[in-house]
Ligand binder design. Sequence first.
Ligand code: ISL
Length: 552
Amino acid sequence: PQKARWWKEAVVYQVYTRSFSDSNGDGIGDLPGLIDRLDYLKSLGVQVIWLAPHYDTPNVDNGYDIRDYRAIDPLQGTMADFDRLVAGLHERGMKLIVDLVINHTSDQHEWFRQSRSGPDNPYRDFYIWRDGRDDGPPNNYLSIFGGGAWEKDEASGQYYLHYFAKEQPDLNWENPRVRQEVYDMMRFWLDKGVSGFRMDSICFISKLPDLRDLTLAEMESLEHVYVTGPKIHDYLQDMYHEVLAGRDLLTVGEAFGVSFENTPAFVSEARNELTMVFHFEIVRLGRHDWQVQDWTVKDLKAVLRGEDTSSGPDGWLTSFLENHDNPRSVSWFGDPSPKGHAPSAKALATLLIMRRGTPYIYQGEEIGMTNIYFDGIEDFQDINAKGIWNNTVGIGKMSAEEVLHSLRRISRDNARTPMQWDGSNNAGFTTGLPWFRVNPNHVDINVERQDADPNSILNYYRTLIQLRASQKALIYGEFEDVDPDHPAVIAFTRTLGDEQFLVLINMCGETEHYILPHGLKIAEVLLDNMSASVENVLPDLKPWQAGVYRLA
Ligand code: ISL
C-alpha cells in the first residue's frame, strides 16, 4: 500500500507566467498578474502551483535560459512580488513549486561569460569544453532543438556542448563546484518558502563519459541516449542529501527519454532521489519528434498501463496531457470542433484526474483551450519551431507545406497563446499589445463564460477535483485497465481495500454500444459528463461520454 503524502493528494496547476495574466499592460504576463488570479486558482481546487522559470533571463527560450538564478526576470516582476506570491498562496493553504533549470544556463550567465573568457579561467570547467576533431566539432552530437550540439568559440578554438540552443550551454556536473553552487541556489529558494521543484531536463545532467559518436538510430531519438549518463543517480542522491532531505518536498523530474522500466530507480522512496517524474509517451503519442503519425486508443491504453508500472512498488507517478511544450490536448486527443469540444475536453479531464498519479493541469486546459492556426512560419515564436524549419525547409530537405503541416499540429506555440479570461479584446489577458497572438476562439472559450455555466468544462474540472479529494481510493487506489482490447473505450478501476470505482471514457465522437467485461455492474453514478443515471449509462455510451461509477 502507498504511504500517505501531501504531494500524492494534491492537484498541481502549471502556470506559464508569460501567457497567464499581465498586470502592467506591457503585453507579457507577470507575477502580480498571477497574484491577481489566486482566488480563481483556489476556486478550481488545486493545491500547488508550478511556476514557469521566474529568473533573470535574456528569454531566448522563454526563461529556460537563466542569466541569474537569484534574481527575478524584470518582465515578470520583482523579488517583492515573488515573496507576495508565496505569501498569497500560503494564506490560501496552497503551495508553490518552482522550475529548476540546471542542465544548462544562459550563455549570458556570469559563469559562462567567465568560462568563455579563456581556458585558464577558474570557471572554464563549469561547462563542457572540448577540442574539435579534424575541422569539425568533437563528436556528432545533435541538439534537441535541431542542428549540432557543439558551438565553436573563435577565441580559444574550442567547442562547448549545448543539448538545447547554442545560447543554453550545458553545465559540467562532474565539477563539484558546479554542484555546490546549484545546491546553494536551491537552498536560497527553499528558504523563501517554496515547497519543491520541477526539474527541467534533469535526466540529461550526467554526460556520457567518452562522448563517443552517436549511431544513426541514436540520432533519431537523442533523448534516449542523453539520459544514460552513468552518474545521474549519484548526482540526484547527492542533491537529496545536501538539499532536499528532511524538508518534505514535491520534486518532479522531467524524464524525457527515460523508459518505464528504468523509472523506479528515480522515484523509489527508499532510494531518495525524486518523488515523481514526467514521462512523454502519452503526450508524444502520434508523433515521432515533430512528425505526425497515427495513433489508436489501444496504443494509448497500452501506454497508460505501462506508465502505471513505472512507479515501482514504493514510488509515485504523474498524470498530465498538456504542458508548455506540447499541443493542446483537446486538439490532439479530442475534438476541438464546436460539437465535440466540451464533451471531449471533459472526457480527457476524466482521464487526467482519475488515473493514478498526481495530476498536472496546464493553464487553459481547464477551459478546453485549443491549438491556434498559424498561416506561415513567421507566425511562430518558438525557438524550437524555428530550429525545425531551418533544418528542413532551410536546407532544402523538405517542402514548406509539409513542415508547416506538422508544426501547426505539434508546435509548442500552440500551448503558449494567452490565457482566455473573457470574451473581450485580448481575452482579458492584457490591456496592452499581447506578446503572442490571442486565439480568436476566446470569444466562446473563456473563464468568465464557463464560470457562470454549471455545465461547463471548468465546472466539470472543479467537480472532478473535489471528487478525487473526497475518495482515498481515487488517490491511492490501484489502477487496473479492465478492457485493454476495446478499440474506443477506456475502462479502468481504482481499488483500495473494499472501495472500488470504475472510470469509463468513450474516446470517440460516435455512440459506442458497450458491455462491461467480467460481468461488472454499475451501482452508482458519482459523476458523468452526460448526466446519465445508473439505468442508462450503458449499453449505449454517447460520443465522448465519460464518468466515475461505483461498482455493484
Ligand atoms: O519540447 C520539446 C521539443 O519539442 C522537448 O524535447 C523539450 O525540449 C524537452 O522536454 C525539454 O524541455 C525542457 O527544457 C527545454 C525547454 O525549452 C522546455 O521548455 C523545457 O520544458 C530547455 O530548457
